[in-house]
Each structure stands twice: as C-alpha cells, then as structure tokens.
Design a protein around this ligand. Structure first.
Ligand SMILES: Cc1cc2nc3c(=O)[nH]c(=O)nc-3n(C[C@H](O)[C@H](O)[C@H](O)COP(=O)(O)OP(=O)(O)OC[C@H]3O[C@@H](n4cnc5c(N)ncnc54)[C@H](O)[C@@H]3O)c2cc1C
Length: 277
C-alpha cells in the first residue's frame, strides 16, 4: 500500500466528558494507520505517571470474550518526550491479540500496563562514535523511538539504520519516519548529515535486495556507504528482529570484537527479540 492509499483515522472530536474507564490501565486510541494488510501503527493516550527510556517496551492488550486480558509485549515506537504513545504492530490473522487489535479505532480503549522494561536503551552502550540500528520487520519500532530522541544524537556522531523486510511496502512506516527526521522541529538540525538509511527487501525487486547479515558479513554495506568496517573502539549496535536474525547478527558483531551490553554492564551492542516464536 503506498503513501496515498494508506488510511489514517483522524482523532474524533473531544467528547464533552471523558468516557468511563471500563478497563484496568485503560488508554484511549487517538489515531490508527494501516500500512499494509499485515502492518498498522496506532497512537494512544499516555498515562501521566508513565516514565520510560526510548527503546523500552510495555505490555499492552485487550480483554477476551470473558473479560480476561490478552497481553503482549510491545516496543514503544514514540520517543520518551512525546505526550502520546505510538506502537507499530503486526497483524497475525489468528493471533490471540492482533486478530482483535487490528480492528481498533480512535476512541476505543486498550489495556496498557505502565511498567516499561528492555535492553535497547542508550544506557546499556558504552560511549562511541557510530550507532547502528539493525532491524527486520516490526523490529524497527524501538528504533522509531530512539531516532526521535535528542539524546541519541547527543551521544553519537552518526546513526546508520539497516532495515530489512520481505516486501517493499513493509518498509514504508520506517521510510516515512526516517526521511521526515530532517524536517522534525525538535531534532531536524541535529540529524542533518548524520543519518544513513540502508533499507532492503528480500522478496521483491527494490533498490537493494538481500539480508542485513549478508551485507555486513560481505562488507557490502561498508563499501556502499563509503565507511570503514565495524570497529569495537567506535561502533555500537542495537539489534531487533527474529531469534534467528538476532543470533546471526550477534555472531557477526562478536567476530568484529564487540561484546553484548546490559543496563548494569554497558558494552558495544544490545539485542532484543521483536517477537517470540
Ligand atoms: C520484547 C518484545 C517486544 C515486542 N514488540 C512488538 C512490537 O513493537 N510490534 C509487534 O507487532 N509485535 C511486537 N512483539 C510481539 C508481540 O508481543 C506479539 O507476539 C504480537 O503482537 C502478536 O500477538 P498475537 O497474540 O496476535 O499472536 P502471538 O500468539 O503472540 O504470535 C503468534 C505468532 O506470530 C508471529 N509473530 C508475532 N509477532 C510478530 C511480529 N511482530 N512480526 C512477525 N511475526 C510475529 C510469531 O511466529 C508468533 O509465534 C514483541 C515481542 C517481544 C518479546
């Protein structure tokens, strides 16, 4: 689905009185955008008390027929300073949560447990010069948050985003977000000339095909961007994709002399699963 064909539901006019909060930890949907038949993004109100670090995830969900919550982990795709929360979601046809969640509309409520956690945070990385965001599919979500956080640009001189999907249309959420950053009133000036975007599609013709792992292992990405190879003294990386992708990228980063970091022990790279299974 191209940019023109996407459907954005504008938020409804503000009701005279806020609706009764029937769900525990309820938040109200303010906007829904369907990107493809498999992907959508949405925004919800943010609990006043919710503090999080860009890149973290929370549990969100909907009640089932008997009112029991179906909760799943979701990366917050909006930056920590945003007044609302944004999420970017898969639609699994028979998935317990997303078979329902894909039908939300502005004004609906979702459950949001306000306990953010996660490893894809700047605090888990040692200071460096270049920061790599390596993502497949919805794994771009935590980086949509970090890319819009001024702290990312204060800590690193250059940010390189590698994002791979099967189909070209599946890159569109990330593409629009990344290509819009230089016009962003808050961080536009910080981003100028410091962001490299390297998308690829594996199952459709595109300017670039192939996997992130192959582009890193073969050195193609360094040649294409005219930059030196990974150096543990200067490079830091955040990885978010399927389990297989994460393991393959970890092997490449470790071979380059980089070590996995954690909140309690910052190092050269961090990893998080984009989904389980
Ligand atoms: C730390 C963490 C963060 C996550 N962040 C996000 C996020 O930001 N956006 C998001 O859409 N999902 C995210 N997920 C996955 C999410 O928790 C759910 O699995 C997803 O919403 C589907 O829920 P479901 O109940 O419909 O199906 P589930 O029963 O949860 O999943 C059914 C199957 O669908 C596949 N699947 C699930 N999620 C995905 C996905 N994102 N991409 C491709 N295949 C998938 C898997 O094979 C899985 O076994 C995250 C998972 C983890 C562990």
């Amino acid at each position: 689905m191209n940019e023109r064909a996407r459907v954005t539901d504008a938020p409804p006019p503000a009701p005279a009185e806020a609706p009764a909060r029937a769900l525990p930890d309820a938040q109200t949907v303010t906007e829904v955008t369907h990107w493809t038949d498999r992907l959508f993004s949405f925004r919800v109100t943010r609990p006043r008390s919710l503090r999080f670090r860009s890149g973290e995830f929370v549990m969100i969900g909907l009640p089932d027929e008997r009112g029991k919550p179906i909760l799943r982990a979701y990366s917050i795709a909006s930056p920590s300073w945003d007044e609302e929360l944004e999420f970017y979601s898969i639609k699994v046809p028979d998935g317990p949560l997303t078979s329902r969640l894909q039908h939300i509309r502005p004004g609906d409520q979702i459950i949001l447990r306000p306990k953010p956690v996660g490893t894809l945070v700047l605090d888990a990385l040692r200071p460096g010069r270049r920061l790599w965001f390596l993502a497949t599919g919805t794994g771009i979500a935590p980086f949509a948050s970090l890319l819009r956080d001024p702290e990312t640009w204060e800590r690193f001189e250059e940010v390189i985003v590698m994002h791979t999907c099967r189909r070209v249309a599946e890159l569109e959420y990330g593409r629009q977000l990344i290509e819009g950053l230089p016009q962003d009133p808050l961080i536009g000036e910080m981003v100028a000339g410091r962001l490299r975007y390297y998308p690829s599609a594996t199952q459709e013709p595109f300017v670039r095909g192939g996997r992130i792992t192959d582009a890193l292992a073969s050195g193609k990405v360094f040649a294409d961007l005219g930059i030196p190879p990974l150096d543990p003294a200067t490079d830091r990386a955040m990885v978010c994709g399927s389990l297989a992708f994460n393991l393959d990228v970890k092997a490449i980063l470790e071979a380059a002399g980089m070590r996995e970091g954690a909140n309690s022990d910052p190092a050269e790279y961090v990893v998080e699963k984009a989904f389980v299974g």
